[in-house]
Write a protein that binds this ligand. Structure first.
Ligand SMILES: [Zn+2]
Ligand SMILES: [Zn+2]
Ligand SMILES: [Zn+2]
Length: 318
């Protein structure tokens, strides 16, 4: 096996230096094992540091270690007031637009390789000596290993190469921080809620506060405007009764000619016709298109923002 080629290394002051900016008369160290590296800088080949064959260090580990170091460094400098807060680039859950969000002021330190229960966190964001959130550095292979892990704390993953490129702009990939919805979508959620309230009062259909996702539609038969519901088992023409009581009055166990059997369906409060699950879920622009409908509160909140977004942006196609 040939020696490892390393693109960056620490100088004697622990600054991360790119090989093409390194000087021949100085010493450089592996970001991972801190062994001395040999600068290779010639006319023909791209500059790099050579690392002697190692059982500990791999290219990925070195990138990962360098990225962690850069992140910690940026957080330190922010806390010393020599830099602005690092920026998280997150995707709005409703509209998928990327939005910049400054790291909250309450974060007061970043720790590398922090032992947390049975996990070692690449980066732990701390507040008053307690772990607030974790960052996973993804260098192509690590993400799959992390996916099944539930840290029990908010966490995100960011690409290690991008961190090294620009450690102040954190391009969030896997986002398991608190649900993030942009300002525009929060406004449209409020408008949606007001509209729902009006229709609720007009039709006498009560709005539950969990489990049942809701939206507004027009009956396909009589065009009455009313509130329809989706719940975790809905959408599959289920014969199981919804698990949360009270069941809204417009959800009934009814025979459907299309399905050929009875199932729990939304019905129109005016003409009593079944509003088929395909009509509500399946078509693009339908009120419950693209929702998760998992049986937990986070999924419920996510779905409600998504539904509000669709109600304004899918166009009133009915
Ligand atoms: Zn090394
Ligand atoms: Zn949005
Ligand atoms: Zn109707």
């Amino acid at each position: 096996m040939s020696a490892l080629k390393v693109p960056f290394a620490f100088d004697i002051n622990h600054n991360l230096i790119n090989a093409d900016e390194a000087k021949k008369d100085q010493e450089y160290f592996c970001p991972c094992c801190e062994e001395i590296l040999i600068l290779k800088k010639g006319k023909k080949k791209a500059a790099h540091y050579a690392h002697i064959e190692s059982d500990i260090c791999t290219q990925e580990k070195i990138i990962c270690q360098a990225a962690k170091d850069r992140l910690k460094n940026v957080v330190n400098r922010w806390k010393n007031k020599s830099l602005k807060a690092p920026i998280l680039v997150r995707e709005c859950h409703s509209c998928w637009e990327k939005v910049n969000q400054a790291l909250p002021e309450k974060v007061d330190a970043a720790e590398i390789d922090f032992e947390f229960g049975e996990h070692q966190l690449d980066i732990a964001l701390m507040a008053n000596d307690e772990v607030l959130a974790a960052i996973v550095i993804d260098i192509g292979q690590t993400l799959d290993e992390y996916k099944p892990i539930s840290f029990g704390i908010p966490h995100i993953s960011i690409d290690g190469w991008k961190v090294i490129d620009n450690p102040t702009l954190w391009q969030v990939e896997l986002d398991a921080f608190r649900l993030f919805v942009c300002k525009k979508c929060k406004m449209s959620f409020r408008r949606f809620q007001e509209k729902v309230l009006r229709v609720s009062q007009k039709t006498g259909i009560n709005i539950p506060d969990s489990y049942y996702r809701y939206s507004i539609t027009h009956c396909w038969k009589c065009r009455t405007e009313f509130i329809v519901f989706a719940w975790p088992e809905h959408g599959h023409q289920t014969m199981d009764k919804p698990r949360k009581e009270p069941v809204p009055s417009t959800i009934q166990y009814r025979f459907s000619k299309t399905a050929g059997h009875k199932y729990w369906a939304n019905i129109c409060p005016q003409c009593r016709m079944i509003q088929g699950s395909f009509y509500l879920h399946g078509e693009p622009g339908s009120p419950f298109c693209n929702i998760e409908c998992e049986d937990d509160m986070t999924s419920y909140q996510k779905d409600m923002y998504r539904i509000a977004y669709y109600s304004e942006n899918a166009g009133d196609i009915y």
